[in-house]
Structure formats: C-alpha cells, structure tokens
Design a protein around this ligand. Structure first.
Ligand SMILES: [Zn+2]
Length: 337
C-alpha cells in the first residue's frame, strides 16, 4: 500500500486532465497505446491479473463480504447506459459494502466480455483460464472521500467486486439488464430500468474470494482498487451471452463506421512484487486427491511385494521337484548307456 501511495504521489499534475483522450481495445487506440496518454496504465499495481498457485497465499482473517442495501426496491431505478466501452448500470448510494476498516458506497456496475466466435472475455483469470465474461461492481471509500472521482485517485479509494461469468442455464436476474441492451445499442444512449436485487447478480458464496491491490482496468488505470474477485462464477445462458456480445456498438448512432463492442477486456498484467490473498484453502482438494493417489500406490506396492514374497517362498520346493525330475532323467539315461 505504501508503494501505491508513492506511485500516486508521482502522478503528474496534468495526468488528471487527460480523460478527453479516446481509447479502445484494438487498433491504434488499443491498450498498447494507453500509457501514452495515461501514464499509470504503464505503471505498477495494474489489473487484471491471473490467479495461480505461485502467487496465492491463504489468509484466515479474510471475512465474508458484508453487503447492505443490495436488495434494491423496484420503486427505485437504475440508469443503464452505453458509454462507448461497456454497458454500465448506475447504482444507488444506499448500496454499500464493508471491508474493514472502511465502508464503501456503490457507484456503478459494468461488464466485460469477448465475442461470439471466441466467447472468452473475463479480465481476471484463474490458473490461466479466461471465463466468458466478468461483472465489476465499483464502490468508493465513503468513510474517507466525498465521491467516486475524488476517491479513484487515492490509494485506498476504491473497492471493486469482480464476478466471473460462465455459460450454463438462463439467469433471470441478468436478463433484467440483457433484455434492455437493445435500447442502448449505440454510444451515449441510456435508459431507466426498475430497481432489483443486485445481490442476485453475485455468486451465492461471498466468503470465497481472491483479494489483492490493483488498479482500474481502463484508462486512467489509477492504482487505487482493493480487488475482491469471487472464486465461484455466476451462470448465464449462451443466448444471454450472445446477446451481450452482438448487440452493442462503441460508436454513436450517426457513425458511418460502426465499431462493434466486443473483446472489451484488458490483457493480464504483471504481478510484480504482489501476492494475492485467498480466503479459502485453494490446495485442499488437490491435497486430498494426492493423498488418495499416494494411498493407492502404497497399497499396490504392498500387494506386489506380498505376491513376490509368496512366489519366492514357493520356489525351493519347485526346485526340488525339478532336481528330482532331472536326476531321474539322468538315472534313466545312464541305464541306457
Ligand atoms: Zn471493469
């Protein structure tokens, strides 16, 4: 965290004034070019990362994520918008999470996805596996900061929940978003939708997650995010995923060169010195499997040894029989001479 603080102190004064630069995920404005206009994108503590054994450490102090106000009433409303990079849903400030020692107020959620022909578009990966998509629920530290834009520049400013998406059965809660995206196909279009229980977009288990210090995954890539990525994905149907992958455009409705909104995920970033804390014992299943394998091998080795011992204990009497037969044969032959 101290390094993060130093990194943010090093922010050139002009940096915050560059949100006007356009950026994308491919071509000349793709992520390779982000650091030119957004210095932090080429810096440290960047996200997303891959969660693999070498950098994971179990932390028994990690508590289940505490949500409050997540079951939003249908009398409230959310604004669903196409911002040219993703579909984003504004949230209500009564939605909060607590990650000790701070409370964080929800601001918005948005999604990342791939494309129909390559339906792999999550940002975080587990053991190199990229999932179909990912939801980010963005919160700011409301104990310390007045709003999201102030907090996002501070090392302890943001807390984002990452939810991996996998394909399976139809998801009625996701449908509340997906059924509306036809109305916001083009950049800057927005629509009001009725409030609903955002809790239902999260996996059932809130106690199993990866935790690390990282960044916004889009420009300006500020290293100000305390990441919580849940271990278990949520499931949506293939039809729902295809709707997400094919309905939206990065360009506005007047554009003569429409650009499809696909593959809006950032490549994996270096861990550097960072470790990722895990709230669950990642290796437990593997350990049990290895223990079972070892037990089977020991039993097999013991059985082989037993068989060999039995065989070798039978050999002397066999030899005696052979010797007797040979001797008898010799005697027979001798009598013939
Ligand atoms: Zn995101």
């Amino acid at each position: 965290m101290y390094l993060l603080f130093l990194a943010l102190l090093a922010l050139p004064s002009g940096q915050a004034a560059s949100p006007g630069h356009s950026w994308g995920y491919s071509g000349s404005k793709g992520e390779e070019s982000w650091p030119k206009n957004y210095e932090f994108c080429g810096g440290v503590y960047q996200s997303p990362v891959d969660f693999h054994q070498n950098i994971l450490q179990y932390d028994s102090t990690l508590q289940p994520i505490k949500l409050s106000g997540y079951n939003v009433s249908s009398t409230d409303s959310f604004t669903l918008s196409n911002n040219g990079h993703t579909v984003q849903m504004s949230l209500v400030p009564t939605m909060k999470i607590e990650i000790e020692p701070f409370h964080y107020t929800a601001s918005q959620l948005h999604l990342h996805w791939g494309q129909k022909s390559t339906p792999k578009g999550s940002e975080h990966c587990i053991e190199g596996k990229r999932f179909a998509g990912e939801v980010h629920v963005v919160h700011y530290n409301s104990d310390k900061y007045a709003d999201l834009s102030t907090a996002m520049k501070e090392s302890d400013g943001l807390a984002v929940l990452g939810i991996l998406i996998e394909v399976g059965s139809f998801n009625p809660t996701f449908e509340k978003i997906i059924s509306q995206i036809q109305n916001i196909r083009f950049k800057n279009q927005k629509i009001q939708i009725a409030g609903f229980g955002v809790r239902e977009l999260l996996p059932e288990r809130l106690d199993e997650y990866y935790r690390y210090e990282g960044s916004l995954t889009t420009p300006p890539c500020y290293p100000s995010v305390l990441w919580t990525v849940f271990r278990n994905p949520v499931i949506i149907s293939e039809e729902q995923l295809i709707a997400l992958e094919t309905a939206l455009y990065c360009t506005d409705s007047n554009s003569s060169e429409p650009v499809e909104m696909t593959n809006n995920y950032r490549q994996l970033q270096s861990h550097g010195e960072r470790l990722v804390s895990v709230s669950f014992r990642e290796g437990l299943v593997l350990t049990i499997a290895l223990a079972c394998l070892l037990a089977v091998l020991v039993i097999m080795a013991f059985t082989c040894l037993l068989i060999r011992t039995k065989r070798s204990s039978r050999k002397p009497s066999d030899n005696r029989n052979v010797a007797y037969t040979v001797a008898a044969g010799v005697e027979e032959n001798t009598s013939k001479v």
